[in-house]
Write a protein that binds this ligand. Structure first.
Ligand code: NCD
Length: 294
């Protein structure tokens, strides 16, 4: 039986710590070709810059072959169900299929139709496990110890799969999360919530800014993104001396984060991207080797 990564809950805390050690080694040394002869297929039904290329680079650095399915030119466009497409691709013998889809739950369902490992590259507003893993890894590399750190998650939290995965993972590792958003961007939650960015920023060790997920809104929820920005844009003045700033990308520049804050050394957005390749290498290796047993 192959093992899948659908949500952060699929990995135990112990496994995640092991994964981080492995990712750390990938940042320091040239990796061995531990996935030589293996195949990874990327199927992205939603746009992606970072995640798809990050999985591709990660797999290739370990010696695997990568096939990027061109969804617009694929047979799902001719009426083949997603599940038949997946079963057919699986018959070509990949070790891993990475899937991104606008509907929550698709990677989970697909995992019932294939023999290979399914990795969730983001499903609707549900989950984006490798993003949360790389975020935690980035925080941990910076602060060394994460327990007790205060994290302000800012933006369209209700519609963000990145927020969903981070809330599970960062809470599990003992961090204290405050959600910072206007009421219509807040999920139902027991976490501390505020609509005062200034208040939350003063206390935060980590500020995690999120993009407004306009593609998931049924109706415009703010008069305009400029209005949203006047309340929730992260500016350099909001960053404490030891605070770090994260964002999964794509950044709405001067809406989510202003130019000066993006250029500041406390902003770790590009480190997140760099760390993301190492994390995905560790994830792929763990899923493919030993049938996912760590
Ligand atoms: C995010 C996504 O697609 O969920 N981006 C990413 O994968 N790095 C966040 C977003 O689209 O806002």
């Amino acid at each position: 039986m192959s093992r899948h990564l659908i949500s952060t809950k699929d990995f135990s805390t112990q496994e995640i710590l092991k994964l981080f050690d492995r990712a750390e080694s990938f940042l320091l040394e040239e990796p061995q070709q531990t996935l030589k002869g293996k195949r990874l297929i990327n199927i992205f039904f939603e746009n992606s810059t970072r995640t798809r290329s990050s999985f591709e680079i990660a797999a290739k650095r370990l010696g695997a072959n990568v096939i990027n399915l061109d969804v617009d030119a694929s047979s799902t466009k001719k009426g083949e169900t997603l599940f038949d497409t997946a079963a057919n691709l699986d018959a070509m013998g990949p070790s891993v299929i990475v899937v991104r889809h606008k509907h929550s739950g698709v990677p989970q369902i697909l995992s019932n139709f294939v023999r290979c490992s399914i990795v969730n590259g983001g499903d609707g507003a549900h989950s984006h496990p490798t993003q949360a893993l790389l975020d935690l890894f980035t925080i941990r590399r910076h602060f060394k110890k994460v327990e007790g750190l205060r994290v302000a998650i800012v933006g369209d939290i209700k519609n963000s799969r990145v927020a969903g995965s981070n809330i599970e993972l960062l809470t599990r590792f003992g961090m204290k999360i405050t959600l910072v958003a206007p009421p219509h961007f807040l999920p139902k939650t027991d976490l501390e919530c505020t609509n005062s960015l200034r208040e939350a920023a003063v206390n935060a060790d980590v500020i995690m800014s999120l993009r407004t997920q306009t593609e998931r809104h049924n109706k415009p929820s703010y008069a305009g993104l400029k209005d949203y920005a006047s309340d929730f844009c992260i500016t350099k003045e909001l960053l404490g001396a030891n605070t770090i700033l994260l964002h999964p990308g794509p950044v709405h520049r001067n809406i989510d984060i202003d130019d000066a804050a993006l250029a500041d050394e406390r902003c770790k957005v590009l480190q997140q991207v760099e760390n993301g390749v190492a994390i995905r290498m560790a994830v792929l290796e763990m899923l493919v080797q030993n049938g996912g047993k760590s």
